[in-house]
Design a binder for this molecule. Structure first.
Ligand code: C2O
Length: 536
C-alpha cells in the first residue's frame, strides 16, 4: 500500500460550451476535473487550495471514510468550508473498496463544474473477478447551464420557485453533436476492432437521472458504486446522480462510427428537460466523414427500461466478495421522502408559499457549525437527536395528499449505536407529485433488499426481501410512487449525511444525518480531527 499525494487547485477558468463562454469553478483548470487513481488499501492525501471567491469543500462520494469523517467533505456536516485563500488536506485510507467512484464539491451547486472520477484499482496482483478488459475509459456524464449555476440556485432560493433546468447534458464535458451548437463536436471513444473496453461511467449531473446506450453494442455490467455485481448484458443502463457503473463493451464490429447517447430519465413529472448528450464510438481506420450509426434514446419516461436494468443488479456474492447483508434488524426505520409546500410570505413569487422537500416531514436546516465538530467537541445547540424514525402521520403516501401535512424545520439527526443494524424503508410521497429520488448515504454501503410500487406494507413486503445477493451501493433511486428498503451495519462512528442526490431537492431540504456513536473497542472510535480542519 502506498501514500498518494494529489493537489487540487480550485481556480476559475473561462470555458466555452454551446457556443458561449463563461467563467467556471474548476479543479486544476479542468472540466471535468482530474481523475484520481489509487489502489485498495492506499492512503490518499489531497491538498485542496481555494483560489476562488466561493467557499469550497470536496466530497469523495462512496469512500467509506472509516473513522475519518473529517475527510468526508459535506459542508457544515463534517467540516466547515475551505474559505477563499485557505487550504485543507483530505487524508483518508481506502479500506475494503475497489472500483469506480466520483469526487465532487459538496457546497451549494459548485459540483456542477467541480467533479471528477475516482478510480480505485484492486490491490496489486489481485485480478478483477471477470476477464480483464484490454482498455479502460472514464466516462463522466454531466449537465451544463449557459448561465452561472450559483446564480441559478440563489435565484431559486430567493424566489421560492424551481430553478432553471440545464441547457445541455455532457459526456466527458461535451454536449456532442445533437446540441444547438453543432460546431463543437463531442467526445470520441476510439476503439480497435476485437478489443474489449471497460467504461467507468459516472453520473455527475446535478438534477438528472440518465439513460446511457451505444448504437450496435451491448454493455456487460460488472460493477456499480464500486461493488462487483453478477455480470449481465443489456443495451441501456440508467444511472442516477452520484451513481457509477462499470460496463464492458466488445468492439465486435470491423469498422464504423456509432452514436453514444446520454438522455434524461424522469418518469414523473414528465418532460421538462429532454436534451440528449452524444459522443462517438469510433473504430480506428474509419474515415471521419463516414456516417454514424444512430440509436434513438429511450423516451424520457421509459420506466420499464430503467426497471429492467435496476432489477438485473445483484451482488456478485462470491467466496472472495460475499454479500454481507445484515440478517437481523436493530433499528427499523421508515422515512418518507418527497416534496412539500411551506408558507413563505417573504417569497416574491409562488403566492406566499414555496416548494420544500422533507424526510418524515422534517425539512433539514443547515447548521452554521459542522455537525461532526459539534458532536466531537460537545458543542450544544447545533443539532438535536430527535429525528423521527417514522412519519408523524401515517397516510396513503402515494395517493391524494392529506391537507394538513406541514413540514417542520430542524437540524435533527438520528442516533445509532456502534455496530447496530439498520433497516430503512424509503417511501416516496405524492404530496406534490410522485417523483424519483436518488438517495445517497455517506459513510456506508447498503444493501437494497426490497423495492416496490405503491405503499410499503410492513407485514407482507419483508417476506419478499432478498437477503442473499441484493445489490450493494451508496446511492439508490426511490421509485416514483414507490419504496425501497435498504439495510446496513452502523460500523462507522461519526456523523453521516443522507440526502437526495438531485441537488435541487437537497437545496429544498431533502436531507438528514445519522450520528453513529463510538464503539468500546480500541479501533471503534472516530479519530481526532486533523490540525488543519477549517474553522467556521
Ligand atoms: Cu455525492 Cu452528499 O454527495
Amino acid at each position: 500500500c502506498r501514500i498518494r499525494h494529489y493537489k487540487f487547485n480550485v481556480v476559475m477558468k473561462n470555458t466555452t460550451r454551446l457556443c458561449s463562454t463563461k467563467p467556471i469553478v474548476t479543479v486544476n483548470e479542468r472540466f471535468p476535473g482530474p481523475t484520481l487513481y489509487a489502489r485498495e488499501g492506499d492512503t490518499v492525501l489531497v491538498k485542496v487550495v481555494n483560489h476562488v471567491k466561493y467557499n469550497v469543500t470536496i466530497h469523495w462520494h462512496g469512500i467509506r471514510q472509516i473513522r475519518t469523517g473529517w475527510a468526508d467533505g459535506p459542508a457544515y456536516i463534517t467540516q466547515c468550508p475551505i474559505q477563499p485563500g485557505q487550504n485543507y488536506i483530505y487524508n483518508f485510507t481506502i479500506t475494503g473498496q475497489r472500483g469506480t467512484l466520483l469526487w465532487h464539491a459538496h457546497i451549494l451547486w459548485l459540483r456542477a463544474t467541480v467533479h471528477g472520477a475516482l478510480v480505485i484499482l484492486p490491490k496489486l496482483g489481485v485480478p478483477y473477478p471477470f476477464p480483464k478488459p484490454n482498455h479502460e475509459v472514464v466516462v463522466v456524464l454531466g449537465e451544463w447551464w449557459k448561465s452561472d449555476t450559483e446564480a441559478v440556485v440563489n435565484e431559486a432560493v430567493k424566489s421560492g420557485l424551481a430553478p432553471n433546468v440545464s441547457d445541455a447534458h455532457t459526456i466527458n464535458g461535451q454536449p456532442g453533436s445533437v446540441s444547438n451548437c453543432p460546431s463543437q463536436g463531442g467526445f470520441t471513444l476510439s476503439v480497435e476492432s476485437g478489443k474489449t473496453y471497460m467504461l467507468r461511467i459516472i453520473n455527475a449531473a446535478l438534477n438528472e437521472e440518465l439513460f446511457f446506450k451505444i448504437a450496435g453494442h451491448n454493455l456487460t455490467i460488472v460493477e456499480v458504486d464500486a461493488t462487483y455485481v453478477k455480470p449481465f448484458k443489456i443495451d441501456t443502463i440508467v444511472i442516477a446522480p452520484g451513481q457509477t457503473t462499470n460496463a464492458i463493451i466488445t468492439a465486435d464490429q470491423s469498422s464504423g462510427k456509432y452514436l453514444v447517447a446520454a438522455s434524461p430519465f424522469m418518469d414523473s413529472p414528465v418532460a421538462v428537460d429532454n436534451v440528449t448528450a452524444t459522443a462517438t464510438l469510433h473504430y480506428s481506420g474509419t474515415l471521419s466523414n463516414s456516417p454514424t450509426t444512430l440509436t434513438s434514446p429511450p423516451p424520457q419516461n421509459a420506466t420499464p427500461i430503467a426497471n429492467n436494468f435496476i432489477t438485473s443488479l445483484k451482488s456478485l456474492n462470491s467466496k472472495k466478495y460475499p454479500a454481507k447483508v445484515p440478517l437481523t434488524v436493530d433499528h427499523s426505520l421508515f422515512f418518507t421522502v418527497g416534496l412539500g409546500i411551506n408558507p413563505c410570505p417573504s417569497c416574491k413569487a409562488g403566492n406566499g408559499s414555496r416548494v420544500v422537500a422533507a424526510i418524515n416531514n422534517v425539512t433539514f436546516v443547515m447548521p452554521t457549525t459542522a455537525l461532526l465538530q459539534a458532536h466531537y467537541f460537545n458543542i450544544s445547540g447545533v443539532f438535536t437527536t430527535d429525528f423521527p424514525g417514522n412519519p408523524p402521520v401515517a397516510f396513503n403516501y402515494t395517493g391524494a395528499p392529506p391537507t394538513t401535512l406541514q413540514t417542520i424545520n430542524g437540524t435533527k439527526v438520528y442516533r445509532l449505536s456502534y455496530n447496530s443494524t439498520v433497516q430503512l424503508v424509503l417511501q416516496d410521497t405524492g404530496i406534490i407529485a410522485p417523483e424519483n429520488h436518488p438517495v445517497h448515504l455517506h459513510g456506508f454501503n447498503f444493501f437494497a433488499v426490497g423495492k416496490g410500487l405503491g405503499n410499503f406494507n410492513s407485514k407482507t413486503d419483508p417476506k419478499n426481501f432478498n437477503l442473499v445477493d441484493p445489490v450493494e451501493r451508496n446511492t439508490i433511486g426511490v421509485p416514483s410512487g414507490g419504496w425501497v428498503a435498504i439495510r446496513f451495519l452502523a460500523d462507522n462512528p461519526g456523523v453521516w449525511f443522507m440526502h437526495c442526490h438531485l441537488e435541487v431537492h437537497t437545496t429544498w431540504g431533502l436531507k438528514m444525518a445519522f450520528l453513529v456513536d463510538n464503539g468500546k473497542g480500541p479501533n471503534e472510535s472516530l479519530l481526532p480531527p486533523p490540525s488543519d480542519l477549517p474553522k467556521c
